[in-house]
Design a protein around this ligand. Structure first.
Ligand SMILES: Cc1ncc(C[n+]2csc(CCOP(=O)(O)OP(=O)(O)O)c2C)c(N)n1
Length: 325
């Protein structure tokens, strides 16, 4: 086990672990604040899926590359380096949030960090990713777009129309399906004529691959490879990340459509524990360092709630500012 860690920089391993822990502790605090009714509206937690955002974002260079995602977006926002304070303030609907408190949980955005959201309509951002990739191609820039979406979105017409067009136009996009097994309460196996979702790439003459999305290093390696293939061959790619969300679809979902055993099975493959154990075995981490890091992340999450609570609510007169549709 420890042998195969040798090919990675220690700093990469530390960053991956830190990013996943930052997301986990942030989300736990967000859930707690929501439970205490400190904020309302929609809130979709990412707990369990951390390896996908952490591993994928680490695999690209956001000087040139771009990220776009759906409404389960806290993990991607933190992985691109948005501050937990800004993200929590947005959840709380406060003016120091990235969308001045008017977007909320589903509309995180940071153009400077090449993070183009946070989108609430299932599948609607899949064509937007193609548009971003067309801009990259048109201006002969070196970047690629990583476009994240759920297994539910794969059945939308927008997915199929866009993959067809992205293939014909040879656009630099890596489409990443985070298959967390459920679209709200619907098991993907009940509604997918092809349950091996990555195989849908065949229909659009692009490379498709299936990845264990609970393993940050497997995610990292595959996104590095897929992105470099996209850059080199000028064709888009599709990756299915097999992952799992520990919480319900949103804060209002008691998740009765799955068994406790199923949830426990995936908790046994926890992405943070997997990487932590491998690093410990390889002598790159000890329990004391892990505890220190964990405390750091817990404090950052706690501070973000204090920051959000201190930030003001937007004034009523600003209600129609920044509205584009
Ligand atoms: C076009 C559209 N239809 C329905 C909804 C309601 N809706 C919100 S989330 C969701 C499930 C999507 O599941 P999936 O794409 O697998 O993403 P996950 O929640 O698993 O991350 C649905 C049906 C919506 N937001 N947009």
């Amino acid at each position: 086990m420890s042998e195969d860690l040798k090919k990675y920089d220690k700093s990469l391993l530390q960053d991956l672990l830190k990013t996943m822990m930052r997301i986990r502790r942030f989300e736990e605090k967000a859930a707690q604040a929501y439970g205490l009714r400190k904020f309302g509206g929609f809130c979709h937690l990412y707990i369990g899926q951390e390896a996908v955002a952490a591993g994928s974002v680490a695999a690209v260079n956001l000087e040139n590359d771009y990220i776009i995602t759906a409404y389960r977006d806290h993990g991607h926002a933190l992985a691109v380096g948005m501050s937990p304070d800004t993200v929590m303030a947005e959840l709380f609907g406060r003016i120091d949030g990235c969308s001045r408190g008017k977007g909320g949980s589903m509309h995180l955005f940071d153009a400077d960090k090449h993070f183009y959201g946070g989108h609430g309509i299932v599948g609607a951002h899949i064509p937007l990713a193609a548009g971003m990739a067309l801009k990259i191609k048109y201006h002969e820039e070196p970047g690629v777009v990583l476009c994240f979406f759920g297994d539910g979105a794969i059945h939308q017409g927008s997915f199929h129309e866009t993959l067809n067009m992205a293939s014909v136009w040879k656009l630099p996009v890596v489409y990443i399906c985070e298959n967390n097994h459920y679209g709200m309460g619907t098991d993907f196996r009940r509604v997918s004529s092809q349950p091996q979702l990555y195989k849908m790439a065949d229909s659009y003459r692009m490379a498709g691959r299936e990845v264990n999305g609970m393993d940050a290093l497997e995610v990292y390696d595959n996104v590095v490879e897929a992105a470099s293939q996209v850059r080199q061959d000028n064709v888009p790619a599709l990756i299915e990340m097999k992952t799992y969300r520990y919480q319900g679809h949103s804060m209002s979902d008691p998740a009765k459509y799955r068994t406790k055993d199923e949830v426990a099975e995936y908790k046994n493959q926890d992405p943070i524990v997997i990487l932590k154990d491998r690093m410990t075995e390889a002598g790159l981490l000890d329990e004391q360092e892990y505890k220190k890091l964990d405390n750091e992340m817990k404090n950052a999450a706690k501070d973000s709630v204090e920051f959000a609570e201190k930030s003001k609510r937007p004034e009523l007169k600003t209600m129609f500012e920044d509205v584009f549709a």
